[in-house]
Design a protein around this ligand. Structure first.
Ligand code: FES
Length: 191
């Protein structure tokens, strides 16, 4: 009496294995089929940069990629002077509201701005030359202070260029670009 039941159980187990096997083969099969094709218009360079950007969420960028500023309207010019790494001075007429990163990059001055002005690096570090002018600026917030702590050659009047916006009170501002910047970014400290 028990033999047919044992036989039935064995058959059921066999049928179950067969179903599992068939599921496994159908789910894994697509992985073994053709490799993913990239659009033919992609160049090798594009593919390489795509894989590079997948590895790193923030990247450095050339000075010319950012920093569009409109010329100031006649009679509304504000002036800011940059002292570059070679101690050359660049006095520029700018508009109210422009930030120092955009101004520097629009005039081909050497300010990297690795995070694109999102307060997540310290490569736009500038040193305000006049304490009085520094005191006229709104206080740096916590994010800016955190990034300033990573800046090379930090001083009492250091600021991040992307966080300083020109106002009438800052007309005549003079800032120096440090001799080096340190490209540490907020993302470097994420686990
Ligand atoms: S550009 Fe990165 S903090 Fe200013």
């Amino acid at each position: 009496m028990s033999t047919p039941r044992v036989l039935r159980q064995s058959l059921q187990r066999l049928a179950q294995h067969a179903r599992c096997y068939s599921k496994t083969t159908t789910t894994t099969a697509p992985l073994r089929t053709q490799p993913q094709r990239l659009p033919t218009a992609w160049s090798t360079t594009t593919q390489l940069s795509a894989s590079a950007s997948a590895r790193r969420s923030l990247s450095t960028s050339s000075a010319l990629q950012h920093g569009h500023v409109d010329p100031p309207k006649p009679g509304e010019e504000l002036y800011v002077t940059f002292i570059d790494k070679d101690n050359q001075t660049h006095r520029l007429a700018v508009s109210e509201g422009d930030n120092l990163l955009d101004i520097a990059q629009a005039h081909d001055l050497e300010m990297e701005g690795a995070c694109g002005g999102s307060c997540a690096c310290s490569t736009c570090h500038v040193i305000v030359q006049d304490q009085d002018m520094y005191d006229r600026m709104p206080e740096p917030d916590d994010d800016e202070n955190d990034m300033l702590d990573l800046a090379f050659g930090l001083t009492e009047t250091s600021r991040l260029g992307c966080q300083v916006h020109m106002t009438k009170e800052l007309d005549g501002l003079v800032v120096k670009l440090p001799s080096m910047t340190r490209n540490l970014q907020a993302s470097d400290f994420k686990s």
